[in-house]
Design a protein around this ligand. Structure first.
Ligand code: MG
Length: 139
C-alpha cells in the first residue's frame, strides 16, 4: 500500500516521535541516527557532540526524547541532563553510556534521567526503552 504525502504528514505529527542524539563520537551518532530512522515511529531532529550543544539543539527542536552520552568534552551528560530537566521537565532522557559506575547511576536517578542503557547492550534495548517511555501503552 502506498501512503500519500497527507498521510505521511499526519503520521509525522501524531505518531512519529523526535529524538535528539547526543554523543561526542561521530560514529555512534551516525549509528544511532540510522537505528532510529529505520523505525517508522521515530525521526531524528538533531545531533549534538557535547552537553552544551545538546541544550542549544533541544531549545531549537523541542525533541520528544533525548539520548545522552555520559562522557563528553565541554559538558558531560549528567550536567546537560540537569539543565535539560529544568528547561523541559517532561521530556524523557536516556543515558546511553559505555560505562556507568554506581555514583553516576545514582546521580542519574536523582537528576531525573528516565533510563540508563549500556552501549554494550543490543541496540534493540535502546529502541525498546525509548518506545516504552514515549508510547507507554504500546510497550
Ligand atoms: Mg563519549
Amino acid at each position: 500500500m502506498q501512503y500519500g504525502p497527507q498521510w505521511r504528514r499526519l503520521v509525522r505529527g501524531f505518531v512519529m516521535k523526535s529524538v535528539l542524539i547526543v554523543d561526542d563520537n561521530m560514529f555512534i551518532r551516525q549509528a544511532l541516527r540510522e537505528l532510529f530512522e529505520r523505525e517508522t515511529d521515530f525521526q531524528v531532529c538533531g545531533e549534538a557532540e557535547n552537553g552544551r550543544e545538546a541544550i542549544e539543539q533541544a531549545e531549537k527542536w523541542h525533541p520528544d526524547l533525548v539520548v545522552l552520552d555520559l562522557s563528553m568534552p565541554v559538558m558531560n551528560g549528567l550536567d546537560a541532563a540537569r539543565i535539560l530537566k529544568r528547561l523541559m521537565p517532561t521530556v524523557p532522557l536516556i543515558l546511553y553510556s559505555a560505562f556507568a559506575d554506581r555514583t553516576s547511576e545514582l546521580q542519574a536517578k536523582l537528576i531525573g534521567i528516565s533510563d540508563l542503557v549500556s552501549k554494550s547492550e543490543s541496540v534493540s534495548v535502546l529502541i525498546g526503552k525509548a518506545r516504552g517511555l514515549l508510547h507507554p501503552r504500546a510497550a
